[in-house]
Design a protein around this ligand. Structure first.
Ligand SMILES: *Cc1c(COP(=O)(O)O)cnc(C)c1O
Length: 222
């Protein structure tokens, strides 16, 4: 199947409130345009350099999602246009995003990345780090970032129940933050989890944003 048919097949299974972020990393701009011309607007990249060069070459009304690990010193390259930063995992990074957003006189939407997987290598805040970040003095004073929710990546495993448990943990953390720590909770409404292999499960468990690459664009050759 082609890109457009793949997107349509996936969208047909998603409830209306779930956003499909088409993950285009390593894929050529022609493929992105194919999806764009069918009406799709939300695209995700995990490397700043690729995100920036694709944004420069492609239509302005694409909503670009930064889904990968983001280093503080690279925020300046995407601050003028990024739609949502999924992987905020430190107060330092959030401070830099706030400062760069201010320079462009805009508010940047962010998700806090929570570590839910068994692997040590996946990025994200631990529960303790999350509370420390939210409880910190500067967190409440940032006027150019808006925390829209949480993001997580499950363990790479065939074990569905393991993945389900991790998704549930993330959902529970989201609910706890929403009712307690995060003020201005009307904007705190996004849960970014689920990829090609587990997006249906993710939707069952409350995801509002699935990030899907290979199922749309084919497998990647790095
Ligand atoms: C690559 C990537 C995805 C998409 O992965 P697929 O398995 O190809 O759907 C989702 N989220 C992040 C953070 C990624 O880096």
């Amino acid at each position: 199947m082609g890109v457009v048919a793949n997107i349509e097949a996936i969208k047909k299974q998603l409830p209306g409130h779930v956003t499909l972020v088409a993950v285009t990393k390593t894929k050529p701009e022609e493929m992105i345009l194919e999806a764009y011309h069918s009406g799709h607007r939300d695209f995700g990249e995990n490397k700043v350099q690729d995100l920036v060069s694709k944004q420069e070459n492609l239509p302005d009304d694409i909503r670009w999602h930064m889904i990968g690990h983001l280093q503080s010193n690279k925020v300046k390259y995407l601050a003028s246009f990024v739609h949502l930063i999924h992987g905020v995992d430190s107060l330092k990074l959030l401070n830099v995003i706030n400062k760069e957003a201010q320079k462009h006189d805009r508010i940047i939407d962010c998700l806090l990345q929570v570590h839910i997987a068994l692997e040590e290598t996946k990025f994200g805040l631990s529960g303790e780090e999350l509370l420390a970040l939210i409880g910190s003095e500067s967190f409440g004073q940032m006027e150019n970032v808006r925390i829209r929710g949480v993001m997580g990546m499950a363990t790479y495993t065939e074990n569905i129940e393991q993945i389900r448990g991790e998704f549930r943990l993330l959902k529970r953390i989201f609910e706890e933050l929403k009712t307690s720590a995060i003020s201005g909770g009307e904007y705190f409404d996004q849960l970014s989890f689920g990829m090609s292999g587990d997006y249906q499960l993710a939707v069952e468990e409350g995801s509002t944003m699935v990030r899907i690459g290979s199922l749309i664009f084919g497998s990647r050759n790095y």
